[in-house]
Design a protein around this ligand. Structure first.
Ligand SMILES: NC(=O)c1ccc[n+]([C@@H]2O[C@H](COP(=O)([O-])OP(=O)(O)OC[C@H]3O[C@@H](n4cnc5c(N)ncnc54)[C@H](O)[C@@H]3O)[C@@H](O)[C@H]2O)c1
Length: 365
């Protein structure tokens, strides 16, 4: 196997992690890192023995592909240079800061017939991968992602910084367009929102509640999903297992009137509740490095000429929903027009139509 020649663009927090893993990888040959700051280039050379470059143009002739880990506001410009030069790109999440920028990258990648992958890395997390096999048509999903203030990713709000991870998971789990959304949030240090709450309702009736904060004194990364299959609870900070409550056959056979049932029957049901009726188990997970798995998928997509698991179009859809959330937060209206259709719909009604419907329907005007 001939390794693919790769560069890391942006040697900050995430760029350093990508660099370390790519140096260790036998699938890639790390040609160098690009960063406008000489201190960062020197650090990369001292730490990993790789060459540093100031501008992306300098390495274009040396590489087959690149990981872009610059601040989000630069994703569009940097990725455009790479894609236009026929280079495959793995860009950190979110794909770009704005929807038109993301649309332009997706079109550019298609035109140049190169892969565009987006770093929604939680898709490769073993907790999520284990849970994904168990969760079937979820009715309710609840996600929380909270951390302390790091002064990083201040170019975007917490929706594009943290909540976007969970939005990607929710859209991967629910096979239906977003029908409506409500959102609220606020800036604590700013300039963008540092706390965000969103509720999505899907065409098929499923719902998702998402909470994200980067001003939280406790770090939380959790997801719960409930449906006909039962209930799955993930604590992404716990590297040992996920909690699963299934639906046992005994539940459908249960025929009691809770009001008139005798104490003996009630006691029996209570005792069997989480063994026979809703059997609870801890499903073990096998820890792995999700970014390493993401790199493997990038490599596979290029060498086998298949779509990466999280392609540019997926990253664009996630950003479209995230943008609806940030716009709703900014507008301070809490509600987006209820009849506005989701990004999965090709022929959305005009905004004038939906606004009129919204006013008459919700406001009673
Ligand atoms: N996948 C994840 O879990 C995850 C986690 C954190 C951040 N991120 C994403 O990674 C990206 C980088 O975040 P970070 O926290 O590492 O930021 P950072 O500020 O630590 O690093 C960004 C680096 O990019 C460099 N840079 C700026 N402009 C550049 C340009 N035009 N060309 C090349 N380099 C440039 C900066 O000098 C800096 O070294 C963001 O898009 C962020 O959303 C992803």
């Amino acid at each position: 196997m001939t390794p693919l020649r790769i560069a890391v663009i942006g040697y900050g927090k995430l760029g350093a992690i990508h660099t370390r893993l790519l140096v260790e990888s036998d699938q890639f040959d790390l040609v160098g890192v690009v960063d406008p700051l000489s201190a960062n280039r020197s650090l990369a050379t001292e730490t990993h023995g790789v060459n540093g470059y100031e501008y992306v143009d300098e390495i274009l002739d040396l590489i087959d592909c690149a990981v872009v880990a610059t601040p989000t506001v630069f994703h569009h410009d940097v990725c455009s240079i790479l894609l236009a030069a026929d280079k495959h790109v793995l860009v950190e999440k979110p794909i770009t800061a704005t929807v038109p920028e993301a649309q332009s990258l997706v079109a550019l990648a298609a035109f140049h017939r190169v892969k565009l992958q987006v770093g929604h890395v939680v898709r490769f997390d073993p907790h999520f991968q284990t849970a994904q096999n168990l969760i079937n048509e979820p009715r309710l999903i609840e996600c929380t992602r909270a951390s302390g203030y790091t002064f990083r990713s201040m170019d975007v709000g917490v929706t594009l910084d943290l909540m976007i991870h969970d939005l990607d998971l929710v859209l991967a789990l629910v096979d239906s367009p977003v029908k409506s959304l409500q959102a609220t949030g606020c800036a604590v240090i700013g300039p963008h929102e540092d706390i965000a709450h969103a509720r999505l309702t899907f065409e098929n009736g499923s719902m998702a509640n998402l909470t994200a904060s980067r001003t939280s004194h406790t770090q939380v990364r959790s997801l719960q999903a409930t449906g006909q299959f039962g209930h799955v609870s993930i604590d992404f900070m716990n590297n040992e297992f996920i909690n699963v409550v299934g639906v046992g056959d005994a539940l459908s056979a249960l025929d009691i009137d809770p009001v008139t049932a005798s104490d003996t029957v009630k006691q029996d049901v209570t005792q069997r509740f989480f063994t026979d009726l809703l059997p609870q188990q801890s499903v073990p997970i096998t820890p792995c490095n999700a970014i390493e798995e993401e790199h493997r998928d990038f490599h596979r997509s290029i060498t086998d000429d298949v779509s990466p698991i999280v392609c540019g179009t997926t990253g664009l859809r996630v950003l479209e929903v995230a943008t609806r959330i940030t716009e709703t937060i900014k507008a301070g209206t809490t509600n987006e027009p209820v009849s506005a259709r989701g990004p999965h719909f090709e022929n959305a009604p005009s905004s004038a139509e939906t606004a009129a419907l919204y006013k008459s329907h919700v406001r009673g005007v």
